[in-house]
Design a protein around this ligand. Structure first.
Ligand SMILES: [Zn+2]
Length: 258
């Protein structure tokens, strides 16, 4: 039964991933998410149902438009595959629960934020602000994923986490304004709202380590030059998704060391 549900959630994840691709393509250029319907950006041909089957259409068409053979971005495929795997993992971790729905929603949000930052070097206020409101409402009514029992309500915990996230990245942003932008600070506050105290520390610490290691490798291999800007949002996103999955395990392991 568990296998069946894992496959089901993987399929659901690929379908959600397909919608996330639409968000990543359209939100930064201010286009509506629903209109016009899916079409090829090269030949404008409207895509039919058989062109829109997640993962399989891309493989079947070998990554090209059916009508004009223009290449389809590889990111579309990897977001669908990635979301599918992620949803299966979230199901295996949380089981059929409200936490599963909440963590799947947040993971989707951070996939969109991280990839838009990777492609456009932008963290969009029009995503961060409304989602901060949504995260606050969720924390009032629904359990926060992976949260450890605390003496105060989850909403208070979300606000504490948000404040911690904001302050933790505000300091480096003030000291190194070239390396970190306001977008990163706002995103850190959102991460805090979503993950709460104390998991906000796990998410930001993971993000900073991940970003530091990858940036060093890119500089060492001369893929990036020293003055080139490397967006931090993708690392924060990856770290937050990892924290939604294993944050409390990491924290318990770390606290167990003392
Ligand atoms: Zn085309």
């Amino acid at each position: 039964m568990e296998i069946l549900f894992s496959i089901l959630f993987a399929l659901l994840g690929t379908a959600v991933g397909s919608f996330l691709n639409v968000c990543i393509d359209r939100l930064p250029i201010g286009k509506s998410l629903v209109y016009p319907p899916s079409h090829c950006d090269s030949c404008q041909h409207r895509l039919s149902v058989k062109d829109l089957v997640p993962v399989f259409s891309y493989l079947w068409l070998r990554g090209r438009c059916r009508y004009c053979r223009a290449p389809i971005s590889r990111r579309t495929f990897w977001v669908e595959v990635g979301s599918g795997l992620l949803f299966a993992c979230l199901y295996l971790y949380y089981g059929l629960s409200i936490e599963l729905a909440v963590s799947a929603f947040y993971s989707s949000l951070f996939i969109v934020l991280g990839l838009i930052d990777l492609e456009h070097k932008l963290i969009l206020n029009k995503i961060v602000y409304p989602m901060a409101g949504v995260a606050l409402i969720i924390s009032i009514f629904l359990p926060q994923p992976g949260i450890i029992s605390l003496p105060w309500p989850a909403a208070v915990n979300g606000v504490i986490g948000g404040a911690i996230g904001f302050i933790l990245l505000l300091i480096p942003a003030l000291i190194f304004p070239r390396g970190m932008g306001w977008g990163d600070v706002k995103m850190a506050a959102l991460i805090g709202l979503v993950s709460g105290f104390p998991l906000v520390f796990v998410a930001l610490f993971l993000g900073i380590v991940l970003g530091g290691v990858v940036a060093s490798i890119l500089l060492l291999l001369k893929i990036k030059r020293r003055k080139e800007y490397i967006p931090f949002g993708p690392f924060l996103s990856l770290a937050t998704i990892a924290t939604l999955l294993w944050g409390s395990d990491v924290l318990n392991w770390y606290l167990g060391l003392f």
